[in-house]
Design a binder for this molecule. Structure first.
Ligand SMILES: Nc1ncnc2c1ncn2[C@@H]1O[C@H](COP(=O)(O)OP(=O)(O)OP(=O)(O)O)[C@@H](O)[C@H]1O
Ligand SMILES: [Mg+2]
Length: 420
């Protein structure tokens, strides 16, 4: 079984890439593989899958040539990952914008683990590699049932890798990618567990920076786990989000305004925003802001008004809508002040009660706005007062008598002056 799954060769990588990039259908690649195998069995030829795909007209030679370097890099990475001492690689679990994840057996403890192998290009970035090890080691000290446990970091040849708990199951993204939302109570259950994970990590000084449906895993027992905690990023948050452009649901749908602005002091409130955006997607089946390209989406995070979630899905309670809106306030000062307040609101709405902390925060912002308006109105009133005092003086008859007196006195003074 293991030897079967480890036999990843250039052909199968190419076949997968051809389908992933939409160049040919999965059935066409399977058909080509069948033809290739039959030819091999009859010892007629040892054609590669690529040759069959081209000869059947499923893809062009030029399309294959363009895919080949990526396939070779993947194959190389796969071969290297076979050589991580102490681990037996079993199969590829998936790949994100920056790395490939494999299922492996840790030989010493005879347990399954997931290993994230970084591409070779990161090896030359000394500053990043240092951060990768420092954060990985620190993350291994975290221990929480809702955080994918980090076990180890290391280097095999030119590749750096991150060993973590293997979560058998799927991601939230797998469930909602079809556009079908979760029932509100299920979404609340997931959010409650993720807030617990974030709260634990924030107390230990970690900010996740990339809370999104693809980083929330669900075990068959219904336990929710936040993945990639303590995994250093090689590039800025915006670059990381943009790197996924072109992949379905890969554009920066969950990134906070302050991360887009490149603020240096990004804090736990960025994770609250990411969780709010994730919750929005979970209960409406839609991302909060959409657009034709990453910069259009990011512009909306900065400027556009959020369509209230209960306007998209009228079955939602008002409470969950209020929670999401507070989490996703553009100004982080208007978000939840801590994860405990957010947790108590999520639990209240789950019990069918109103989210008191969100209401308080709405009231505070409303109060602030009222104060602002009052200040500017008072300013206007003072101005008006001054104006009305002036006009009242002009309207008073005594004013004109006095003015006439002064005018006569001035004329007499001038006559006297001329005569003398
Ligand atoms: N600990 C794990 N256990 C099991 N499968 C995992 C684990 N970590 C990741 N995976 C699988 O590997 C895939 C790729 O993960 P990876 O973190 O590289 O990318 P991503 O989260 O999808 O996107 P990004 O690179 O933006 O974080 C995931 O979608 C998931 O299916
Ligand atoms: Mg991930």
């Amino acid at each position: 079984m293991a030897s079967e799954t480890t036999q990843t060769n250039l052909d199968s990588i190419l076949g997968r890439l051809v389908v992933e990039q939409g160049l040919a259908k999965a059935e066409e690649v399977e058909e080509a593989l069948r033809i290739k195998r039959e030819a091999e069995q009859q010892a007629a030829s040892d054609q590669s899958l690529a040759t069959v795909l081209v000869s059947r007209g499923y893809v062009t030679q030029r399309q294959l040539d363009r895919l080949r370097p990526k396939a070779q890099e993947e194959q190389e990475q796969h071969n290297r990952s076979q050589q991580i001492p102490g681990y037996q690689i079993l199969k590829r679990l998936g790949a994100g914008a920056m790395a490939t994840v494999y299922l492996a057996r840790q030989l010493s403890l005879d347990r399954l683990v997931a290993i994230k192998v970084l591409p070779r290009k990161y090896t030359n970035n000394k500053e990043f590699v240092q951060r990768f090890y420092a954060e990985g080691r620190a993350a291994a000290k975290l221990n929480h049932p809702n955080i994918v446990q980090a076990y180890d970091v290391g280097q095999a040849g030119e590749f750096h890798y991150f060993v973590m708990e293997y979560v058998e199951g799927r991601t939230v993204y797998d469930d909602i990618a079809t556009g079908q939302p979760y029932p509100e109570s299920r979404a609340l259950e997931i959010a409650i567990q993720i807030v617990g994970a974030l709260s634990h990590a924030h107390k230990a000084g970690f900010i996740h920076r990339d809370v999104k449906p693809k980083n929330i895993m669900l075990t068959p027992e219904g336990v929710t786990k936040l993945a990639d905690m303590g995994l250093a990023r090689a590039v800025s948050d915006v670059e990381a989000a943009e790197a996924e452009a072109g992949k379905a649901f890969g554009t920066p749908y969950y990134i906070s305004p302050e991360q887009i602005r490149g603020m240096v002091d990004v804090d736990f409130r960025a994770d609250i925003y990411g969780l709010g955006a994730t919750l929005y997607h979970m209960v409406t089946g839609r991302v909060p802001f959409d657009g034709p390209n990453p910069s259009a989406v990011m512009h909306k995070h900065l400027k556009a008004d959020l369509i209230p979630p209960d306007h998209v899905n009228p079955a939602l309670s008002a409470g969950i809508g209020e929670i999401i809106e507070v989490c996703m306030a553009k100004n982080r000062k208007e978000r939840y002040k801590n994860t405990e307040d957010l947790l108590s609101d999520l639990e209240a709405v789950k019990r069918g009660e109103p989210p008191l902390q969100a209401r308080k925060s709405f009231d505070l912002s409303a109060l602030q706005r009222m104060e602002d308006t009052a200040v500017s109105t008072t300013g206007m009133e003072h101005g008006a007062e001054r104006e009305s005092i002036g006009s009242a003086m002009v309207q008073h008859p005594g004013f004109w008598v006095a003015a006439m007196g002064w005018a006569v006195a001035l004329v007499l003074f001038i006559i006297l002056l001329v005569r003398s």
